[in-house]
Design a protein around this ligand. Structure first.
Ligand SMILES: *[C@@H]1O[C@H](CO)[C@@H](O)[C@H](O)[C@H]1NC(C)=O
Ligand SMILES: *[C@@H]1O[C@H](CO)[C@@H](O)[C@H](O)[C@H]1NC(C)=O
Ligand SMILES: *[C@@H]1O[C@H](CO)[C@@H](O)[C@H](O)[C@H]1NC(C)=O
Length: 475
């Protein structure tokens, strides 16, 4: 990971001083985590920016698309990011015959592969839940013929599957009772699981404790401490709902004799905002669920019935999507806002959260350097024009009281000139504690000799190596 950091082509990231990295070491395990890149929004950045952002500034190395939009597929070329693309539900009948599958591959895969690392084709989305008999009847044949068409084209690495909601189960509590809906079990799921076993591809499910919790089971759904749920058949005490849902799927598969088939998590997530009065919908709970989910599925711990398994997992979702219909929560599943600022940090950010709070502070214009007055640029006095110019600025997230204490400390030091941030001074606006602290802390740092400890300020200072006003031009 350190290697990736140093090789990062983005000037933005290269600006951050080693100090920041030393204080906030990156996690050492090489985990693999995916996100769903939904685009029901009118304010999202262009796909090429999204792909560059994911590659350069996050550890996210897998992306799932809900369609086969060529602009999006092309945007991920050369990134190495593994892509799931989705064939439209309406394409399933034609995909169930080889000529249709062959031409779908020629149109949707051949132009982009292998430049774009397409790793799996999802055939439709939650087809059993549509209750459309025509689509359901053609689903397994479509998996088979698409797989054959990919092989014929020489694309042996590309897997084929189809994501399911947990509505495919007629029983799921306790987990040992898990079974597929009668009528679909032998006719649809047995041949489908046989396809997955033979092709070594995952059975993809979308477990959402969010859609299953009550006020009584909120902590159980959120991976927080709770009394647990006891399964009397297996004598297993379940401590989180995600494990229970996964094991219910496993039980259903085992009942048909396919417990060995891999399972992947196509979607799971938790919204960070909802309608007034909704319990358990806030930033802390979303961060808790998604953070623990990522840790859990990548830990190698598995579930009680599937010990030691890891699950290829795609968090729902990358962005808050403003055009999604339904309750407020539907538009707030994103890890990021459309301007790339994180809604919360679940450990997928390169550089740690301090970088991102600094980013937020600067992006919000809370630095004097955002004004055009040269005297204010960089949040105050300019360092000597040496090769190693450094500025000291206030980290985002510092309390107003801490910032005011920093201002008072810096400005009471003989030799530090704080007149520019006083009323009438050129750097008075914006008149915020953050902006004034940026000025005063940097003025002190430059005056005191630019040692690392001159910018400590009780760990509310951050040294940057480029004029902060130039930081976020790229955005
Ligand atoms: C494609 O993605 C897979 C899964 O993350 C990864 O193992 C592989 O190295 C990637 N391929 C390329 C060419 O980057
Ligand atoms: C299940 O586990 C929880 C949490 O560890 C514990 O508090 C509870 O007593 C356990 N219940 C049973 C029936 O073992
Ligand atoms: C899981 O891993 C642990 C620790 O490595 C090992 O003791 C255990 O036998 C494994 N269980 C299975 C079912 O592979």
């Amino acid at each position: 990971m350190a290697k990736n950091l140093c090789n990062s082509p983005t000037p933005l990231f290269a600006l951050i001083l080693p100090m920041l990295l030393l204080n906030y070491p990156l996690s050492s395990n090489a985990f693999s985590i995916g996100v769903n890149y939904g685009a029901l929004a009118d304010n999202l950045p262009p796909p090429a920016q999204v792909a560059a952002f994911l590659k350069d500034r996050t550890f996210i190395d897998r992306v799932k698309l809900f369609d086969s939009n060529p602009d999006m597929i092309r945007a991920f070329a050369g990134t190495g990011i593994a892509l799931i693309i989705t064939a439209a539900n309406s394409d399933i009948p034609s995909l169930s015959r080889l000529p249709g599958a062959t031409s779908w591959v020629a149109n949707n895969i051949s132009p982009f592969y292998p430049a774009t690392n397409i790793s799996l084709i999802a055939v439709g989305n939650e087809i059993l839940a549509t209750a459309d008999r025509n689509l359901i009847a053609h689903l397994v044949p479509a998996l088979r013929s698409l797989s054959a068409a990919l092989s014929a084209a020489g694309f042996h690495q590309i897997r084929v599957s189809t994501p399911h909601s947990l509505g495919i189960l007629s029983a799921s509590e306790p987990p040992s009772s898990g079974r597929f809906r009668r009528g679909y079990d032998r006719v649809i799921f047995a041949p489908m699981l046989d396809f997955h076993r033979k092709s070594k591809t995952p059975f993809v499910v979308n477990p959402y404790p969010y859609f299953g919790y009550s006020s009584r089971t909120l902590n159980y759904a959120l991976f927080k401490p709770n009394p647990g749920f006891f399964d009397p058949v297996t004598r297993i005490n379940y401590t989180n709902m995600f494990d229970a849902q996964m094991d219910a799927v496993f039980s259903a598969m085992s009942r048909l004799g396919y417990g060995d088939v891999q399972i992947a998590v196509g979607e799971s997530g938790w919204p960070s905002a909802g309608d007034p009065g909704q319990v358990g919908i806030n930033v802390e709970d979303a961060a808790s669920y998604n953070g623990q989910l990522i840790q859990h599925v990548t830990s190698g711990k598995g579930t009680p019935l599937m010990p030691n398994r890891t699950f290829e997992t795609y968090v729902f979702s990358l962005f808050n999507e403003d055009l999604k219909p339904g309750p407020t929560a539907e538009r707030n599943f994103g890890l990021f806002r459309p301007d790339f600022s994180p809604v919360y940090d679940v450990g997928v950010l390169r550089g740690g959260s301090q970088f991102w709070s600094l980013y937020a502070a600067l992006k919000n214009g809370n630095v004097n350097g955002m004004t055009n007055d040269k005297r204010c640029q960089g949040g105050g006095p300019t360092p000597a024009p040496t090769a190693a110019s450094k500025w000291c600025v206030a980290a985002g997230g510092a309390t107003e009281a801490a910032l005011q204490a920093n201002i008072d400390y810096a400005c009471s030091t003989a030799g530090v000139d704080c007149r520019p941030i006083q009323a009438g001074g050129p750097c008075f606006d914006p008149n915020t504690a953050q902006a004034h602290a940026n000025y005063a802390m940097n003025a002190y740092y430059q005056f005191a000799g630019r040692h690392v400890f001159n910018c400590d300020f009780g760990r509310t200072g951050v040294i940057v190596t480029k004029n902060p006003s130039e930081y976020f031009r790229a955005f």
